[in-house]
Design a protein around this ligand. Sequence first.
Ligand code: BDR
Ligand code: CA
Length: 306
Amino acid sequence: MEKIIFDCDTGHDDAIAIAMAAGLKDEIEIVGIIASMGNSPLENTLRNTLNVAEAVGLECPVFRGSENPLVRQRVAAGDFHGESGLDGVSFPPRKRQECMGNGILWAIDTVMSHPGEITFVSVGPYTDLALCIKAEPGFAKALKKIVLMGGSMGRGNATPSAEFNIFADPEAAEIVYSSGAEIVAMGLDVTTKVTLTEEIHDRIRNMKDSGYKKLLLDQLAFYIRSNLTHNGSMPNMHDPCTIAYLADPGMFTLERHQVHVETKGELTYGRTVTGPVDETAPVSFGTDCDTERFWRLFFRSVGNLK
Ligand code: BDR
Ligand code: CA
C-alpha cells in the first residue's frame, strides 16, 4: 500500500489523477490533499479539489496550500483549463469543506511522525513541498520518496525551455531537486506519450453509467476542445502518470540523472537541466510508458468509482 500526500492545482488532468487514486483504494491511500495555486488561483484550485474529492468519494482532509510562488510573480496556465480552472463540469452543492489549519504544517507533522512511510506526490508547482523541506530540515529524509509531474529533458510547454509546473515556481523546484530525497519525475518526455485517443474516448463513452463517468465525459469535452485549440492535439495524461507510477511502476522506463533548475536565465528560466545518465543520482526521469498498461490501469481504477 502506498501512503501519499497529494499536492495539486486541480485542473483537468489533476482531477483525473485524483479519481484514479480514489479508484485504487487497495493500492494507494491518500492521507491528505493540499491544493496549491498553479493552473489558476488558489481559490479556484481549492474549490475544484474539494469538488472532485467529494465526487469521487474521498474522505481524506483537503488543505489550503500556497497562494503564491516563493520568489517569482504568479503565472497561470492561460485559458487551458478555463476560467474556473476546471471548466466543462458543474458540481452539485458540496457538503465537505477545507480542513482548517496550515497544510504545510500538517504535512510536516504527518511525515515526521511516520518516517519512511509517506510518499509526497506533487502535480502542480512544487511550492508547498519546498516550504516543507525548508521549514523542517529532516523532512526530505523522512519521506519514503517524492513523485513529481513536471520538467522535461528536452523542450518545455510553458516556454520553449520550461515545463509549466517548474516555470510556475523554479526556485521551489530547485529546492526540491537539491533536497537529496529519492525523486521520480514524470516530465514531458514521458507524459506527452500518454495521450488520450479517439478510441479511448469511445471506450470511456461505453463504460457502465455512473456519476463519475458523466463527470469525466463533461470535463473531457472541454479539455479535448482546449487541447485541440491550443496544441492541435488530444490531451496528454500528465498528472495521472504519477498515480500510474505508484500503482504499477513497471509500466514506465526511467533514467537516473542529476537535475538542477535554471533560476537565472532570461530565456531558460524554469528549465530542468539534466546531466548524463548517472546511476548514483537521486532523480529518475520517466522516458517511456507502456501505454496499453496505462489505459488498463486507468479503466480498472475509474471503473471502481460510483
Ligand atoms: C502540467 O501543467 C498543468 O497545466 C497540468 O495540470 C500538469 O500538471 C503539465 O505541464
Ligand atoms: Ca497539475
